[in-house]
Each structure stands twice: as structure tokens, then as C-alpha cells.
Design a protein around this ligand. Structure first.
Ligand SMILES: C[S@@+](CC[C@H](N)C(=O)[O-])C[C@H]1O[C@@H](n2cnc3c(N)ncnc32)[C@H](O)[C@@H]1O
Length: 471
């Protein structure tokens, strides 16, 4: 039985990270010319999986794949396993395990994910992560690791250093120690002397930490281990090949001309050095890096053309005619409005908006590579290797995500099939999700929706658009 850790004592808040989802990793790798395992039939390992709140929703949405999560802390693993049992999931397993003792016979994984791990473990554990990836990543596998990055991490380091000094008398990490540290930082900012830049740094960090929960500060800022890295240093240490950052926008948006000129001026010729200089220029604080094996050939020139191999999705809804013959589209999530006259874009967005949150294969849309890349770069269209949400079949009674049924039976938040956290604020909607188990009669659903505008169909439409229905 492993020793109790601070993650057993104070729960780390649940989180699901789209940027670490195998479909995102597969999409980026596909754009770079890799022939990856289909996410609907693959093996995924998550290292430092905590309570499984990142891994379990992946398993719900990809029932043909197999998921394995390990974490040193037994208490969050036990909570995660209770959710898995309650949701009746047979394709995901969590184990309380020190990565140092990772079983050599665990087999190969097509995707290996370590979110929020490298910066919060000792050096030897981080190095073990690279060994585990080296031994267990499939030849065409894709890995993901996030970490605190320089140069902005210098500010976080400075603040952590002062807060832990001030709270040293409180000993080991605790939420009380975090509260003392944060209060000290605020007080320091109020009376600090010296150059203005120092006061600005303190105000900047104080504001950032002011928005954080105390349990998060006690782990992320004032936990026992805290390391930051230069991007180039992590790539070299990993022994892996850099694929991209886990952002489609970043991959498809053309680099700002001024930044390109600056990086050229610094004499950076290879990709790693260029990315490193960009971190210096853009004051980066955190990286979410996607890797593959060194020997895998990547083609960075054909990225845009490979959108043809993917699915597209967009939450933009047709909002009627705009000015000068344009068509207006409203983002159903942010409320933002765009207008366009481009006939292919109008056709594509109308089609995608009508089936959101499901996706449409590029082959079924007008062949408009460049406009699509621009829409992705603007964050208006998503690319996927898998629809993630099955198309809605009208007239058939849908089933809600088993995870949503478990989580919404006692809370208001769950992770949807798009791997995003959603909040359902009305008891009626949550009750309806719980009833959508494939066994409830139409009458029970009608009773649950009595008095709600739109009735059963209206509620089902809303739940489908929230990404909570399995079709
Ligand atoms: C900052 S938390 C991140 C949790 C989760 N991945 C997230 O991002 O929400 C770091 C996690 O790494 C786990 N961890 C630390 N050392 C470990 C080790 N030697 N083996 C496995 N897990 C470890 C901790 O228990 C903790 O759950």
C-alpha cells in the first residue's frame, strides 16, 4: 500500500482537458502526415490521472478503445473507480501506482497523456515519464505533456519562492499555508518599493492567484515539487520528436510577420529554436506539447491540404441575412456574430451548424481548403478525426452519457462528449439526463418535462447540443 500523499489529503479539483484528448492528438498528427491509430479503436495511457476526470469521459465517448490511468495517490483513484463502476464502464481502468513501478508488461499505447505532471513531480519521476513513453508508445503513437514554461514561469517561480518562505513555519503543503502565502503576496504588493516593474509583477501575480481556488494554489503554487522548463530543454530531455503544440488555431494560423522577422533576426533556423524564441517573444508561461517518436517522418509543408482527411464541426448557427447580401452566423456558445459572402463558407457553416455538436467529413463538404483553414485559425471551426458525438436520429429515444447520468444525479457539472465541462443549472434538465437511460418510458419523460417550454423534444434538443446524448 502506497504512502498517503498530499493529493490524498486535499483533493485536486476535477478537470477535463480537450487539448489532451486522443482525438486532438490524432488530428494534429494527421495534419502533419502521420498515420495514427483510429481513436475509436486504440489504447490510451494517462500518467498522473488523479481521479480520472480527464480519462473517464474519453472512455465514455470512445467505447471501442481501452483506457488505463495511473496515479500515486490512492484516494483520487478510488473516487474515479467508484464513478467508473457507477457508470458501468468496461473500457477504463485506474490504478494507484507509482510511475517508478510502471509494469513493463503493460503493452503499447497509441496515445500517452501526462497533463499537469512534469512540473509537479521530482526530476527522477519526470525522467521516468520519458522512459515509460519510450518503452510503451506504439511506433506511430502520439504523446502529450504539459508543463510550466519559461520565460513567464520565472515570475511564478519568484512568487512561489516568496510565498513558501513566508509560510515556512506552517511546514508541509496545506490550504492554510496557501491562504497565508496568498495573503502575504497581496500585502507585499501593497507596500513594495523598488522599480515600478516589480510592483507590476506583484500586482500581475496577485491578480492571477486571486482568481485561483485555495486547493489549487496549495498544489500548483505551493506543493512539494515545482519545476519550470525551457521548451527546447524539455524536447531534448524527452528524446522524442516535437509534433506541435496542442492547438489547432496555432498550427493553422499564419505566424505574425513581425514575430517571423524577429525570430529570423535571432538566427533561429530549426523549428525547436524558432519555437523557443517565440516563447521568449510572447512571454509564454505554459506549454501543452505533442510528441511522436524521432524516426516518424513528419511533413510540415502539406499541413493545410490534409484537412481533407478530417471531420469538421462548428457551433455557428445560421442567423439569417446580413448586410450587403451576406449571411449572418451566431456562435451558439459565445454569442459572437460573423457575416460572410463566400458561397462555399456559407454552405459549409449552414451544414455544420445544423449538425453541431456532431461533425461532417470534409469529403461531404465543398472542397474549400483555404477558407476552412482560416475558419479553424479563427477558432470558428473544429477539426476532428472522429465525429465524437453521434448524429442525432430524430424520432428515436436517445440515451444520455452514462457519466453525465452519474455526475448529474448528485451535482450540476459533468464532462460532455466533446470533452468539455458543462454546467446544467436546472433540476429539470438534470433529472431528464438521469431518466435517459434507455429504459424510461416516453410517459415518464413527458411528466419530467411538463411545464417546460418545448416539452420533451425541446429538452432533448438542448441536451443534444450540450453534447450529452449518445445519439
Ligand atoms: C498537479 S496534479 C495533476 C492531476 C491531473 N493530471 C490534472 O491535470 O488535473 C499531479 C498528479 O501527479 C500525481 N503523481 C505525482 N507523483 C507521481 C508518481 N510518482 N506516479 C504517479 N503519479 C504521480 C499526483 O498524485 C497528482 O495526481
Amino acid at each position: 500500500m502506497a504512502e498517503e500523499t498530499y493529493y490524498d489529503v486535499v483533493a485536486y479539483p476535477p478537470g477535463s482537458y480537450r487539448q489532451s484528448h486522443p482525438d486532438r492528438l490524432a488530428t494534429l498528427a494527421t495534419l502533419l502526415g502521420m498515420d495514427v491509430a483510429p481513436v475509436g479503436a486504440c489504447r490510451v495511457l494517462e500518467v498522473g490521472c488523479g481521479d480520472g476526470s480527464n480519462l473517464i469521459p474519453m472512455a465514455v465517448g470512445l467505447p471501442g478503445s481501452e483506457f488505463f490511468g495511473v496515479d500515486l495517490a490512492a484516494a483520487p483513484i478510488a473516487r474515479g473507480n467508484a464513478v467508473i463502476a457507477a457508470a458501468g464502464l468496461g473500457n477504463v481502468r485506474l490504478e494507484a501506482l507509482d510511475l517508478m513501478a510502471f509494469p513493463e508488461d503493460a503493452g503499447t499505447f497509441d496515445y500517452i497523456v501526462a497533463h499537469g505532471f512534469c512540473s509537479w513531480v521530482p526530476d527522477f519521476v519526470r525522467k521516468k515519464l520519458w522512459e515509460v513513453i519510450d518503452r510503451h508508445l506504439a511506433p506511430n503513437g502520439v504523446a502529450y505533456a504539459s508543463y510550466n514554461a519559461y520565460p513567464a514561469a520565472h515570475l511564478r517561480n519568484a512568487v512561489r519562492d516568496m510565498m513558501t518562505f513566508h509560510a515556512a513555519q506552517l511546514g508541509t503543503p496545506s490550504t492554510e499555508r496557501a491562504a497565508v502565502g496568498r495573503e502575504f503576496l497581496g500585502a507585499l504588493g501593497g507596500v513594495a518599493k523598488g522599480p515600478d516593474v516589480w510592483k507590476q509583477v506583484l500586482a500581475f501575480e496577485s491578480e492571477r492567484l486571486g482568481k485561483q481556488r485555495m486547493d489549487v494554489i496549495s498544489h500548483d503554487e505551493m506543493g512539494a515539487f515545482y519545476n519550470s522548463f525551457r521548451f527546447a530543454e524539455i524536447v531534448a530531455e524527452s528524446g522524442l520528436q516535437y509534433v506541435a503544440e496542442s492547438s489547432l488555431r496555432r498550427l493553422l494560423a499564419p505566424l505574425d510577420a513581425e514575430l517571423t522577422k524577429a525570430v529570423d533576426g535571432f538566427g533561429a533556423t530549426d523549428l525547436i529554436a524558432r519555437e523557443q524564441y517565440l516563447d521568449f517573444l510572447e512571454f509564454r508561461s505554459f506549454r501543452e506539447t505533442v510528441f511522436c517518436r524521432k524516426q516518424v517522418p513528419l511533413d510540415r509543408d502539406g499541413v493545410r491540404g490534409r484537412v481533407r482527411n478530417l471531420y469538421l464541426a462548428s457551433p455557428l448557427e445560421n442567423d439569417g441575412p446580413g448586410a450587403g447580401g451576406a449571411t449572418k452566423f451566431r456562435d451558439s456558445q459565445t454569442g459572437g456574430v460573423i457575416q460572410t459572402n463566400h458561397p462555399d463558407v456559407v454552405r459549409i457553416l449552414k451544414r455544420l451548424g445544423a449538425c453541431w455538436p456532431s461533425a461532417v467529413a470534409f469529403a461531404d463538404l465543398p472542397d474549400a481548403v483555404e477558407p476552412i483553414c482560416q475558419l479553424v485559425a479563427a477558432g470558428l471551426v473544429e477539426l476532428r478525426t472522429h465525429p465524437l458525438v453521434p448524429p442525432r436520429v430524430l424520432g428515436r429515444m436517445p440515451v444520455a452519457s452514462p457519466l453525465a447520468r452519474v455526475q448529474l444525479a448528485s451535482g450540476t457539472r459533468t464532462t460532455n462528449l466533446l470533452h468539455k465541462m458543462v454546467e446544467l443549472n436546472t433540476a429539470e434538465a438534470r433529472n431528464m439526463v438521469c431518466l435517459l437511460d434507455g429504459r424510461s418510458s416516453k410517459g415518464a419523460l413527458e411528466t419530467a418535462c411538463a411545464g417546460i417550454r418545448g416539452g420533451v423534444d425541446g429538452v432533448l434538443d438542448a441536451l443534444y447540443r450540450h453534447g450529452l446524448l449518445m445519439g
